[in-house]
Design a protein around this ligand. Structure first.
Ligand SMILES: [Zn+2]
Length: 182
């Protein structure tokens, strides 16, 4: 499928994103492909390289643009399995933002809480959420989406969240709840 990049994204960054995207399972790639040109990839270096996480943005209007911004060091300078996980973590946010309503959020939330690995609070060590003590729910979802999409359950993002659902359980909810955009 065709991925959409902002103007000026270097060829090496595009190639890295394409390669990491291809590491996702077909169902995950299909969901992302439905977003089409709504989803734009950007890359950034500079001050972003100090941040131990990646960024995504969405204009809140239905059908609005989604931008995934990948830190260059996350595309080129960490082990491949982590690069793949981090890209799919960001795409997990895109899946969440574009296709899941509050009912779906509750179903995922309940499923994750049934896991024996669930904890009431994962202490937040990153500085991307000023003033919060625990990793927010949307980051927990994004990591779970990455585990499902990549099948690699032994890699950890900077949030350090373990897998909280089997791939089968995750897909069982996603398949029923995912609402394709207009
Ligand atoms: Zn995130």
């Amino acid at each position: 499928m065709r991925l959409h990049f902002a103007a000026g994204v270097p060829a090496a960054d595009r190639a890295a994103i394409r390669s990491e995207f291809q590491a996702g399972r077909p169902a995950a790639r299909r969901i992302i492909s439905r977003l089409g040109p709504r989803l734009t990839f950007k890359t950034a270096g500079g001050s972003l390289s100090r941040v131990d996480s990646l960024f995504w943005r969405q204009q809140e209007a239905p059908g609005g643009a989604i931008t995934v911004t990948m830190a260059r060091r996350h595309l080129h300078s960490v082990p491949r399995r982590l690069r793949v996980h981090l890209l799919w973590h960001e795409l997990g946010h895109a899946i969440d933002a574009a296709g899941l309503d509050s009912h779906a959020d509750r179903r995922f939330s309940a499923a994750f809480r049934r896991s024996s690995a669930w904890r009431g609070c994962w202490p937040l060590k990153l500085h991307v959420y000023a003033g919060r003590r625990c990793v927010p729910e949307e980051e927990i979802f994004a990591d779970q989406a990455a585990f499902w999409a990549t099948g690699d359950r032994n890699v950890r993002s900077g949030y350090w969240i373990p897998p909280l659902a089997s791939a089968r359980e995750f897909w069982g909810i996603l398949r029923r709840e995912y609402l394709p955009g207009p």
